[in-house]
Structures are given as structure tokens and as C-alpha cells.
Design a protein around this ligand. Structure first.
Ligand code: KG4
Ligand code: ZN
Length: 349
């Protein structure tokens, strides 16, 4: 029975998970309202909100699960990657709770937790699998041989997929965060209305680049020579067409490269996690592409796509064999814990 703590970005979250799958309680306190007026996350505000939110969230989680510290086996915490100030709050709290209650402390990599969060379903994905992690901070393809052996195949060299959603939503003046709004608006638009770039879609490597797509949307919306300067001149249906065309370019790129990664590694299972894995077009198109390619797709349940502590506690359970407890010198890490190939290295097909 593991208490998970997650504070890597702008959600304060705690969860109690038994045997890596049975989620007894999972609470997420979102800071979206605090950051919305700035159009993105302000790290200082995020850290302060974590300080205020973490203790009540942990206490409510334990109460909801009907357990006390005495019932727990371990405390798991996100050690990175993320905003260092935000991570520091979770790591300090987890160390304190571990020390005061005589419990082992387990450090978990946030992106690896997204890569394995599909295991929070009824059936653990049969490893090996290719994992697509698509979130506000990351867009990566991994080869997951099992819970302990995760290899990075490629990642974005600039914007993450979620970041592209958020920035395009800002250009279209749809508010923050942009992913869910674009998802909804795109459903009413024509994905073939505008041909936006699908950068590196057929290149023989697993890296992504979404900044060109974002800029293409900006130039399209603002007009030649930025003559419009905003999205105000677009009608409701034109806005929906731009949203659908942007989403389609991004989703097609993700789906094509994920299937190519499965072929390259020779695996027959695909898992998907991270905030953008909640996107309805991505879920549908991945399902179609995997069916056509004879691959089994394991989608992370919607509630565990965006940041949550349940995936942290779940991976901690799978990793921990009693010998890997972190000590109180544990420090948060802003970057990937196991970087794999450098961003611009190409994994040749
Ligand atoms: O995993 P997450 O909660 O945080 C990070 O680890 O970054 O992902 C947040 C990102 C945001 O960029 C948000 O716009 C995006 O996930 N997102 C979506 C959807 N729901 C959330 N993007 C596309 N479609 C969605 N339905
Ligand atoms: Zn995340």
C-alpha cells in the first residue's frame, strides 16, 4: 500500500494505490485557475500553491482511502523531470513523511510513470511495448521492456505536443489550457481545410518537432504580412477548421511515428499516456492505425492521462523490491533521469 505524491508541474496530487493497480483514493488539485490569466504556468505561483495544497490533499487522500500512515508500506514521490521549485515541495514533504513514519521513500521518474500508466487498467499491458508519452512538457517514444527497463527512442527537439495545443489555442484566443478546448472545437471542423506541415513524419528517426506547425498556424491565422494580427477575423466555422486541421497534422505525426517505432522494435503492443493522450482524435486514430498494423493498443484511462499521483504510486510498486529506497539526500531533478539518446541523435530505421 503506497502513498504517491506528485507536484512536478501545476497539479498537486496524492494517491493511495494497493499492489500497483488498485487505486483506493486519488486526488488532484489543479492550479489552472491561478495560471489562466498569464496564459501559461508561472513557476513561482505553482510552488506556492503546492505548499498550500499538499498537506490538505495528502490528508484527504488518506481519509478517503480509509487508511493511516501506519497502514502504508512506502511513500513514493516524483523526483523529476519538472519545475524544480514545484518538485522540491513534493520531495521535501515525502522525505518528511517517510522519516516521521519510518517508511521507505521511493523516487519515481514522472515521464516513465506516464509511459507505464496504461497499467492502471484492468489488464497490465504485456511488455515489451512501445510507449508514446504526450504531455504539456514531453513528447517521447520509449521502448518499455518491462517496468524496470525503459529505453528512450526519441523525443521532441522543441515544443511538446501539449505545448503546441496550448500555444495554438492562445493564437486562436481559446484560453488556457488549450488541449481540451481544441479537442472539442476540432470535432466541429474540417481536418482537411488547411494543409499544415507534418514535420519529420516519414523521417527514419523517432524525434519530433512541433514548433514549425505552431508557427504555420500563427502565419495562417494572422495572414500574409500579419495583416490581420489576430484571430478576430475568423468566423466560428473557420476557427473550427483551423483547430481540426492543426489537430489532424499533429495527431497524424504522432500516430505514424508510433506505429513506425513498433515496427522498428518488433513489438506488438503500444501504450499511450500523458495529458494529450486524453485527446479524442489521437485515441481514435491510434486505435485505427494499431488495428490495421496488427498491434494491440493500451490507452491510459482518461483520469490518469493528465498529471496524477496514482501513476507514481503504481510505478513505485512495480519498481520497488525492497532494495532501492532513496535516502534523505534525495534531490529533485529538472531533466530526464535516464536521458537516452540526445535530442538530435537520430535512431535510424
Ligand atoms: O500530463 P499533463 O497533465 O502535464 C505534463 O506533464 O505536462 O499534460 C498537460 C497537457 C496540456 O498541454 C493540455 O493542453 C494537454 O495536456 N491536454 C490535451 C487534452 N487534455 C489535456 N491536449 C489535447 N487534447 C486533450 N483532450
Ligand atoms: Zn505529466
Amino acid at each position: 500500500m503506497i502513498l504517491g505524491i506528485e507536484t512536478s508541474c501545476d497539479e498537486t496530487s496524492a494517491a493511495v494505490v494497493v499492489n500497483g493497480r488498485d487505486v483506493r483514493a486519488s486526488l488532484v488539485s489543479s492550479q489552472v485557475a491561478l495560471h489562466a490569466k498569464y496564459g501559461g504556468i508561472v513557476p513561482e505561483i505553482a510552488s506556492r500553491a503546492h505548499i498550500e495544497q499538499l498537506r490538505p490533499i495528502v490528508e484527504q487522500t488518506l481519509a478517503q482511502a480509509g487508511v493511516t500512515y501506519g497502514d502504508l508500506t512506502a511513500i513514493a514521490v516524483t523526483v523529476g523531470p519538472g519545475l524544480v521549485g514545484s518538485l522540491l515541495i513534493g520531495v521535501s514533504a515525502a522525505k518528511t513523511l517517510a522519516l516521521c513514519n519510518g517508511l521507505p521513500l521511493i523516487a519515481v521518474d514522472h515521464v516513465e510513470a506516464h509511459a507505464t500508466s496504461a497499467a492502471l487498467t484492468a489488464e497490465t499491458p504485456p511488455w515489451p511495448a512501445v510507449a508514446l508519452v504526450v504531455s504539456g512538457g514531453h513528447t517521447s517514444l520509449y521502448l518499455v521492456r518491462d517496468f524496470r527497463d525503459i529505453e528512450l527512442l526519441g523525443q521532441t527537439v522543441d515544443d511538446a505536443a501539449g505545448e503546441a495545443f496550448d500555444k495554438v489555442a492562445a493564437v486562436l484566443e481559446l484560453g488556457y489550457p488549450g488541449g481540451p478546448v481544441i479537442d472539442e472545437l476540432a470535432a466541429r471542423g474540417n481536418p482537411k481545410a488547411v494543409r499544415f506541415p507534418r514535420t519529420w513524419i516519414h523521417k527514419p528517426h523517432f524525434n519530433f518537432s512541433f514548433s514549425g506547425l505552431k508557427t504555420a498556424v500563427l502565419y495562417y491565422v494572422y495572414g500574409a504580412g500579419k495583416k490581420y494580427g489576430s484571430a478576430q477575423h475568423l468566423s466560428e466555422s473557420e476557427l473550427a477548421d483551423v483547430a481540426a486541421s492543426f489537430q489532424s497534422a499533429l495527431v497524424q505525426t504522432l500516430v505514424t511515428k508510433t506505429v513506425a517505432a513498433a515496427r522498428y522494435t518488433g513489438v506488438s503492443n503500444v501504450v499511450v499516456g500523458g495529458g494529450v493522450a486524453a485527446n479524442s482524435a489521437l485515441r481514435a486514430e491510434l486505435q485505427t492505425a494499431c488495428d490495421q498494423a496488427g498491434l494491440r493498443l493500451f490507452l491510459t484511462p482518461l483520469e490518469y492521462c493528465t498529471d496524477n499521483a496514482a501513476m507514481i504510486a503504481a510505478l513505485a510498486y512495480q519498481r520497488w523490491q525492497g532494495d532501492e529506497a532513496a535516502d534523505l539526500w534525495l534531490e529533485p531533478r529538472a531533466g530526464l533521469l535516464r536521458p537516452g539518446p540526445r535530442a538530435r541523435d537520430e535512431v535510424m530505421l
